[in-house]
Write a protein that binds this ligand. Structure first.
Ligand code: SF4
Ligand code: SF4
Length: 436
């Protein structure tokens, strides 16, 4: 298969070596778990339980009838202690169900579809929704919606994102190494739902063991594995489609407009567990690393575990920490408290020292155009910073601001350390507020 590459992009230091060979370890569920009611793109959920209720592991505890939504489930058995606003890793506070773990590890009865080949598309989509499956590449888009494109659209290819292009992270990598059969079976279920024969897994060439692992698991199937030249942000949907299929998704359009659905390899494994084993999305593999971490690891943790538990398990030098980031260094969110919980979209937890962060002050733009060259979406980041300074939000929209995937490549490459991604995030928030 030919590799076409994509426009722009950058190649930051990979920093994967610290955890790429670390087998996934299970972290014991803590005494209290904090289940946020907004773990997907869409509406905040409504609790289905009350304070004082006993819940079982895997029990659905919050849902809403809104179209763009996905329920959440208890990741431990125990008693609901509180339902209140709590810190949220992506920003501010979100309504959260706090469960006191009773240590009994008592599961709810799991409804399975073991013979999924005999199930209808509707039955499988309903199961995937009920089990709370969302895209685990970071976007957390509800998977049952993504796998149900409009009827007048023809999808011919399913792309699986195994690129894991963010530096430092190895959670997808380890899942492809340790659970390749689950990934393959999940992809087969997705092919069955979409009625699509062609499925391609794209993996960056800095993960040779994962490429070999997935190729072996795919033997005798219709699924192909493609090695991709390492470049950030290859895992962006539009970048991946261009790199593998040489198709360009037009501005403002979604991948299905060019006949493609893109999903993440770890999401495929979660689909397998949801359908065949009836297990909802209640745990996540998180890479815990950074120079301030004593023993970097890949941990499988219960959703709702506070990040302080992960840091304590791995050990960290508090005095060395310059920044705590949930996610990767390019797209992750800096944290101001260790009380935030792991949510479904959490793939990494970084404790970075001053040598790993860019603490330089912004200087004047020198008009070098490097930010424009680096942008994988063909945008003009330089304009967002200029217009943002004068609060010209509508003019930012005219420069296709909403097409920005917030990959951070422009900020990374800027020799003047201009706060480009920050201006973009503020501009988007202002435009969304103006629409309300
Ligand atoms: S403008 Fe957006 S998409 Fe383009 S490089 Fe900057 S953050 Fe990435
Ligand atoms: S990379 Fe930085 S200095 Fe160069 S044009 Fe863009 S904003 Fe200006």
């Amino acid at each position: 298969m030919k590799f076409f590459g994509f426009k722009g992009g950058v190649h930051p230091p990979e920093n994967k070596i610290q955890t790429e060979n670390k087998t996934i370890e299970n972290l014991n569920a803590p005494k209290l778990v904090y289940i946020s009611l907004l773990q997907h793109i869409g509406s905040t959920l409504e609790p289905l339980v009350a304070v004082g209720d006993r819940v079982l592991k895997g029990q659905k505890i919050a849902d809403i009838s809104a179209f763009l939504s996905s329920p959440v489930h208890a990741s431990v058995s125990g008693i609901v202690k509180q339902i209140e606003e709590y810190p949220f890793p992506l920003m501010g506070k979100v309504k959260t169900i706090v469960i006191e773990n009773d240590g009994a590890d008592e599961w709810v009865e799991l409804e399975k579809i073991e013979n999924w080949g005999g199930a209808t598309k509707e039955e499988l989509l309903s199961q995937i929704r009920e089990k709370g499956i969302v895209g685990l590449g970071g976007a957390c888009f509800p998977t049952h919606i993504k796998l149900n494109p409009p009827k007048d659209v023809t999808v011919d290819t399913l792309l699986l994102n195994g690129a894991e292009c963010e530096p430092y992270l190895n959670s997808d990598n380890r899942v492809m190494l340790e659970e390749p059969e689950k990934v393959v079976e999940g992809i087969k279920i997705m092919q069955h739902i979409l009625g699509v024969k062609s499925a391609i897994i794209g993996i960056e060439d800095n993960k040779t063991a994962a490429i070999a692992s997935m190729k072996k698991a795919c033997e005798g199937t219709d699924i192909k594995v493609m090695s991709l030249k390492t470049m950030y942000p290859q895992g962006g949907e539009k970048s991946l489609i261009k790199a593998i299929l040489n198709r360009e998704v037009p501005c403002g359009k979604l991948p299905f407009s060019v006949g493609v659905i893109v999903d993440n390899t770890t999401t495929a494994a979660a689909i397998y567990d949801a359908v065949v084993n009836g297990i909802p999305l209640i745990e996540k593999v998180v890479t815990v690393t950074g120079k301030a971490i004593k023993e970097p690891k890949n941990l499988r943790v219960a959703i709702g575990t506070q990040i302080s538990e992960l840091l304590n398990n791995c050990g960290y030098e508090e005095s060395m920490v310059e920044k705590i980031v949930v996610g990767g260094p390019m797209m992750g969110a800096a944290q101001f408290t260790l009380d935030v919980p792991v949510i479904k979209g959490t793939s990494g937890l970084l404790a970075l020292t001053s040598t790993e962060t860019n603490g330089c002050k912004p200087k004047a733009c020198i008009g070098c155009g490097k930010c424009i060259d680096a942008c994988p979406m063909g945008l003009q980041p330089i304009m967002y910073a200029r217009l943002g300074e004068f609060q010209q939000w509508e003019e930012m929209a005219e420069y296709n601001l909403m097409d920005c995937i917030e990959c951070g490549s422009c900020s990374y490459i800027c020799p003047s350390n201009r706060p480009l991604t920050e201006a973009i995030k503020i501009g988007k928030a202002k435009l969304r507020a103006m629409k309300k």
